[in-house]
Design a protein around this ligand. Structure first.
Ligand SMILES: Cc1ncc(COP(=O)(O)O)c(C=O)c1O
Length: 372
């Protein structure tokens, strides 16, 4: 039997650490009688916009909806092309397909695992409308470079920030070089509610107005509708998120402390460790190492009580049945994205992990590495 068990998620630990604040916020909503499009949602949208230093935040029911509703607001239609990476969570591409567009995958940088800006221009065609950089694992993509390419070719930039709240680049913040930021509040995210949620954050008046309308059956005035959907963030989740937002910086700081501990402890091993370019603040949604014998390492760690997981072991274009009749293309191929899928392994990472748990996970990794 393993000496200790190191869990991958700390949802309940986090709840217990701020239980009174969360319980009070939930009770307040329950007693208010307002559960959908109520004051708690309004409050959270204000809090989130302020946090990002941006004009508008629109609460939605998922990060996936945040992406495709922004695509709709940008007027993207069938035949249009959107550039992104293949080594991301499936929803990034799924949102492109929901909007009816073609997903065009370019390769990632082998150190950051984020979109490689030097490969973007070769993928641009007269049908290209937008670039979606994913800030994978909590590290911002090179938004400055992406923004310059987008400006030159008159393309929109939509940030997939589902994993990267509280991250920034050297001297710039998210939102500075894009049209909109799309985020997710599903429980396992750095800012996660007890269920599903998402948001769009933007300075663009049109995106704000259109997404706000689309999320509520095409309506901003009672009984007056145009075509829309139901994608609202419930007030209970909004109230929980307002509480958690107050703690996000402290939680990211702790994630960064844990990452530092991992990096020091794994120095000198044969693992490829996460890379934080100078001046960036990596939010360490995940601490991902790479190794050619990843599957063996995963089994070893799980047997030793360290709950390692894989993000994401099958790149989107390698999923069975791809592209399911949807429009998709690769420019020209994505060897770094495929390597990321084949070699990635995520070690436990959440702010409530103890140093002893982190040290035990390090010890097991080092033991496995020495035996290779
Ligand atoms: C990179 C990325 N994009 C999009 C999403 C979709 O978010 P959601 O699950 O809230 O729809 C997620 C997370 O689930 C994600 O990690």
């Amino acid at each position: 039997m393993p000496e200790i068990k190191v869990p991958f998620y700390g949802h309940v630990r986090q709840y217990h650490s701020i239980k009174k604040e969360i319980d009070d916020a939930i009770l307040k909503v329950l007693e208010s009688g307002n559960y959908v499009m109520g004051p708690a949602l309004k409050q959270f949208e204000g809090d989130l916009g302020k946090y990002f230093g941006m004009k508008h935040a629109i609460g939605l029911n998922s990060g996936t909806d945040a992406l495709w509703l922004v695509f709709m607001a940008l007027g993207i239609k069938p035949g249009d092309e959107i550039i992104t990476t293949a080594n991301t969570f499936f929803a990034t591409a799924e949102a492109i397909w929901i909007a009816g567009a073609k997903a065009v995958f370019v390769d990632c940088d082998p150190k950051t695992q984020n979109i490689d800006p030097s490969k973007i221009e070769a993928a641009i065609t007269p049908r290209t409308r937008a670039i979606v950089p994913v800030h994978l694992y909590g590290l911002c993509a090179d938004l400055k470079a992406v923004g310059e390419i987008a400006k030159k070719h008159k393309l929109a930039v939509v940030e997939d920030n589902a994993q990267s709240i509280d991250a920034h680049g050297p001297g710039w913040k998210q939102g500075e070089f894009s049209d909109a930021i799309c985020t997710s509040f599903i429980i396992q995210k750095n800012l996660g509610t007890f269920g599903d949620g998402g948001a769009v954050v933007t300075n663009n008046e049109k995106i704000d107005a259109v997404v706000r309308k689309l999320r509520n059956h095409g309506s901003t005035v009672r009984s007056v509708h145009s075509m829309g959907y139901n994608s609202r963030l419930d007030d209970l989740h909004a109230a929980i998120l307002s509480v958690k937002l107050k703690h996000i910086t402290k939680w990211t700081d702790r994630r960064r402390e844990i990452a530092d501990r991992y990096t020091k402890g794994l120095k000198g091993t044969s693992f490829q460790l996460p890379y934080e370019p100078p001046g960036y603040r990596h939010a360490y949604h995940l601490y991902v190492i790479h190794h050619p014998k990843r599957d063996d390492l995963e089994k070893y760690l799980v047997n030793a009580g360290v709950d390692a997981k894989l993000h994401y072991p099958i790149a989107i274009h390698q999923q069975e049945g791809y592209p399911w009749g949807q429009a998709a293309d690769m420019k020209p191929n994505v060897p770094n994205g495929e390597k990321n899928a084949a070699q990635c392994l995520s070690l436990p990472m959440f702010p409530e992990l103890t140093n002893d748990e982190v040290d035990y996970a390090i010890e097991q990794c080092v033991k496995w590495d020495k035996a290779q």
